[in-house]
Ligand binder design. Structure first.
Ligand code: PNS
Length: 174
């Protein structure tokens, strides 16, 4: 074999993953996925992405702060960046930070149907693979939209969200 630099192996390259979402608000289900991804990848970027199809409850910057607070509150360790992205395709962010993988949580069949086209498009656009992680089954039924609805009707959302989010939604309680 010709002398020269050793070929890269998977071990030479930090495995960087992006966890995108609206996170409006971040839930205990999201947190479970973040924790699992942080255990698997060398570095993760949790990215709050503007979804033009959804009307937001919580301002963009607050969503980033709440995720940071929730990660600290849960004691999740690892190289974790929390940021936002609103200027283009999600895969542009992935390329910018050297991420080759997108991680999404899967709660069931409805999520499979919703996530599959996005995963294929992101692979077509920039060869970024999507990997699905199952959240803790205790949070299988939890979604941001359910939390928004329960909160808007005066219900207690504390079983579904980190304490920082509950305090943000109901600053007078607690
Ligand atoms: O939490 P959500 O709202 O289900 O997350 C969806 C999101 C924001 C990850 C998705 O809409 C997205 O990736 N938007 C960025 C725009 C983009 O890259 N679109 C093309 C590929 S889907």
């Amino acid at each position: 074999m010709a002398a020269g630099p050793e070929p890269n192996t998977l071990d030479d390259v930090p495995r960087i993953a992006v966890l995108p979402g609206s996170f409006d608000p971040v839930t205990l289900g999201h947190l479970s996925v973040i924790e699992r991804a942080a255990n698997v990848f060398d570095e993760i970027h949790v990215v709050v992405v503007h979804n033009p199809g959804k009307t937001a409850l919580i301002p963009f910057a607050d969503r980033v702060q709440l995720i940071q607070d929730a990660i600290a509150e849960a004691g999740i360790r690892g190289r974790i960046t929390v940021t936002s992205w609103s200027v283009g395709l999600l895969v542009d962010y992935c390329v910018e930070v050297g991420a080759t993988v997108i991680v999404k949580g899967l709660r069931g069949g409805v999520d499979v149907a919703y996530e599959t086209p996005m995963a294929i498009v992101n692979r077509d656009l920039a060869a970024v693979e999507t990997i699905f992680v199952l959240p803790d089954p205790r949070h299988q039924h939890v979604s941001s939209s359910l939390v928004r609805q329960v909160n808007s009707l005066g219900g207690d959302v504390r079983p579904y969200v980190p304490a920082a989010v509950a305090a943000f939604l109901r600053p007078d309680e607690g």
